[in-house]
Design a protein around this ligand. Sequence first.
Ligand code: SAM
Ligand code: SF4
Length: 317
Amino acid sequence: MLRDSFGRPLTSMRISITQRCNFRCRYCHHEGISGASGDEMTPQEIRRIVALGARFGVRKVKLTGGEPLVREDVVEIVDEIARVRGIEDLSMTTNAYYLADLAHELKRAGLDRVNVSLDTLRSDVFSWITRGGKLERVIAGIEAALEAELTPVKINMVVMRGINDGEIHEMLSRFSGSEVVLQLIELVETQGDFFRRYFFDLDELEEELARRAIAVHERRFMHGRRQYQLNGARVEVIKPMHNSRFCAHCTRLRVTHDGKFKPCLMRSDNLVDFLTPMRRGAGDEELERLFLEAVLRREPFFRESGEGKVGNTLDTG
Ligand code: SAM
Ligand code: SF4
């Protein structure tokens, strides 16, 4: 298994397969990708880069975007990755708008599970956050995912002050007893004043969960976060900002849709392009060198002091 210069193992890849999206969520950080080209990797190029990662010990792959399901060849992409030896966990994060139609096909192609972004159970609030998204289609997508056994289905709920912070208990009871894990996520700061207006600190809530939990699992390779088991519900709290513990336990390398390794969500000044050389006919040795270069560039953004090295805001264009 590869380790970076800070001793952190590299076991997962988070691959953006497109910048395009059918929603325009007000808080979206676009996976920290800005000013990128509209060029997208082909399914075969994605497979080649996953196979390279697998040779170095990558075991988990998550597909993201933009919205992965807007790619017409998304099933082929899943199928290509699922064939790579060594990949044990293949998942996708999606807004689920197109999931009802695709869940079974994705499962058959080899997708193990999904994360679905759902911040509210109120249609008007949902429409405001996503600028026009339809809540019923997302709920139908979640039901299809459960039926297709893309489980556990993880619901990503970004908690925002005055918008949906009053809905946490309702979300818990809505998904309690099913194959669902509720992930409560603190806002990551982007440019503009959205963060200042809506950031909601989850510390107090996490303390309450810790008191009420009947069991707690620490997930060491998942940014060191804890999963609380309540009566029938499973909850995780994700606090990426100013969290040295989160960064100290980071095990992932990001890949942009246009074929660059991205060592950190919060930075765009240390990318490593592999698609240009790949398209020029680079052999495996050259690609391996680029992969190792990207791993070498990995460093925790938030350290003990709690401050980021090169600024604390994401420039997401
Ligand atoms: N379109 C897909 C979706 O919404 O799941 C995948 C891409 S989206 C960028 C991936 C995840 O990032 C979503 O769960 C979304 O809620 C989360 N996200 C986006 N902007 C965020 C922010 N500023 N703070 C915290 N989470 C954010
Ligand atoms: Fe961003 Fe996902 Fe919302 Fe699209 S659905 S705008 S990628 S958070």
